[in-house]
Design a protein around this ligand. Structure first.
Ligand code: ADP
Length: 505
């Protein structure tokens, strides 16, 4: 007998419910596509409308709860996440493929964010200034924006939602949350945890479903005042345009084409470890993944030789197996896209020094390491890449690394800055002067010195410049600038009419 497929629901207005028309979609394991992990509501515009109204009603009360009290809920959230860390990591690995080591890290990022936001509830500092008039005081403090929409991708199914929900809720907002179709279960667990920690009804409304239906309805809903979107640049632009028409706040975290630069004075072994982790961790599907490696010509050949040898030893497999270094890519569409870029790279004249294809295996085998069951793709390295090639400029979002050559720091920086994106960058050098010039001149929101392009910490601002973002940041204190508005209050205790710019001129 077939095991029953677990059925999951939306969470709207304090109740678990199906989609308004009863339709569902399946969540499958990318390492073993035959395995259905559950069915989820394929929600409608009406479901989003109910969610937005529930969030609006909840906001009226939630905004009046003292911020330290809102923060206390996040402390409990953190405690529950600590207790359930391993269980959540396993759920996440099954639904999106990255190895347990990495999904544990993804949960840990959520835990760190919870504890960080819990304490921010006691800060959320305002600014007082002297008034230009006598017997008058000027205050400015933060107030919540209102109902917020959160649209997230599948590559960090826990970390990215927590970066938004936790600070946003502590700041007094309420949410309509649409997670990616590929990772609905992690989002469901996160919702359960917030409820268990004591989040009142209606403050968080989870609506599963398609981006073009649920995502678009969130973007368009008049009650929703701010949208946080993380995903592709193409979709982000659609969201931004819709928000622009409605003068809605929008925070965008989009594509990247991140480079690691290795100078001739670098610790090469360290740089090699960084390149492997940056390029092939999460199967290259991080927005901060290393997709370009800019090598100084003096160390290029030696570095490439070692890199190819070590990347060839990376073990592909199911992320639940402790022997796995690299999991599958997320789905068939994404793997086809990666194949397309490999073809483009070859046509452009780059040399495929490693990988470049779908790994072999026996179709229909019952071996859990059988790679034909899932969307696996070989770690791939292109050499002889020049800065204008498409594989050097466009985001691939897979285990494909393009190696470029430079002859100076200035040239390396120029290559780095020549793409439209600006999320993360990294430089390996022992020369502090070079490191400081790079930190200043690399046009990215994040720069790592002697470390890979990945590794954001919860209490630091996260985000990119140029086509990666639109000036906002997640993480750290900076995220509160998105989730709050400044309120200016003038208190006149003079007992008479004092006219600014007139009575004191
Ligand atoms: P990816 O290629 O990583 O799936 P997308 O940008 O398509 O990136 O998806 C990121 C998130 O945006 C997902 O939750 C997806 O469902 C949602 N989404 C997709 N299309 C739209 C849209 N037109 N409006 C709003 N959200 C969308």
């Amino acid at each position: 007998m077939q095991p029953m497929t677990q059925k999951f629901q939306n969470y709207i207005g304090g109740r678990w419910s199906d989609s308004s028309d009863g339709k569902t979609f399946e969540n499958r394991n990318p390492a073993n596509w035959q395995e259905v992990l559950g069915t989820f509501p394929l929600s409608t515009k009406e479901d989003v409308d109910r969610a937005a109204k529930a969030a609006e009603a909840a906001f009226r009360k939630w905004r009046l709860v003292p911020a330290p009290e809102r923060g206390s809920i996040m402390r409990k959230v953190g405690d529950i996440m600590v207790a359930r860390k391993e269980e959540i990591a396993r759920i996440m690995t099954r639904e999106m493929g990255k190895p347990l080591l990495e999904t544990r890290g993804d949960v840990q990022e959520g835990i760190d964010t919870a504890y960080y936001c819990a304490t921010e509830g006691r800060r959320l500092f305002g600014i007082n200034t002297p008034s230009e008039l006598r017997n008058k005081l000027n205050l400015s403090f933060r107030v919540p924006v209102g109902v917020c929409g959160l649209i997230t991708p599948w590559n960090f199914p826990m970390a990215i939602p927590t970066w938004n929900l936790f600070p946003g809720l502590v700041a007094g907002n309420t949410f309509v949350f649409k997670p990616a179709e590929d990772t609905p279960q992690t989002a469901t667990v996160l919702t359960e945890i917030l409820l268990e920690a004591g989040l009142p009804e209606g403050c968080l409304n989870l609506v599963h479903g398609a981006g073009t239906t649920v995502g678009a309805a969130i973007t368009e809903h008049p009650v929703i005042r701010a949208i946080s979107f993380t995903g592709s640049t193409a979709t982000g632009r659609i969201v931004a345009e819709a928000c622009g028409r409605q003068t809605k706040h929008v925070c965008l975290e989009m594509g990247g084409k991140n480079a690691e630069i290795v100078m001739d004075d670098a610790d090469l072994d360290l740089a090699l470890e960084g390149a492997l982790w940056g390029a092939f961790g999460t199967t290259g599907q991080r927005c901060t993944a290393t997709s370009r490696l800019i090598l100084h010509e003096k160390i290029h050949d030696e570095f490439v030789q070692k890199l190819v040898a070590q990347a060839a030893r990376l073990r592909l497999g199911d992320g639940l197996e402790s022997t796995t270094d690299v999991g599958p890519v997320i789905n068939e569409k994404q793997r086809k896209n990666i194949e397309r870029y490999v073809r483009i790279g070859r046509e452009e004249g780059a040399t495929c020094a490693l990988g470049g294809g779908i790994p072999g295996g026996q179709a229909g085998s019952t071996d859990p390491r059988d790679l034909t069951k899932g969307w696996f793709f070989q770690p791939t390295i292109f050499t002889g890449v020049t800065p204008t090639m498409r594989i050097a400029t466009e985001e691939i979002f897979g285990p494909v690394l393009s190696v470029l050559k430079c002859s100076s720091l200035e040239e390396a920086i120029e290559i780095n800055n020549s793409v439209i994106y600006g999320l993360s960058s990294s430089i390996y050098t022992r020369d502090v002067n070079k490191a400081m010039v790079a930190a200043r001149d690399l046009e990215t929101g994040i720069t790592y010195i002697n470390s890979a392009t990945i590794g954001a910490e919860a209490h630091m601002p996260f985000g990119g410049v140029k086509a990666t973002g639109n000036g906002h940041r997640e993480g750290g204190w900076a995220v509160f600038d998105f989730y709050t508005e400044w309120k200016s209050v003038y208190i006149d205790y003079s007992g008479k009419l004092q006219r600014a710019q007139i009575d004191n001129s």
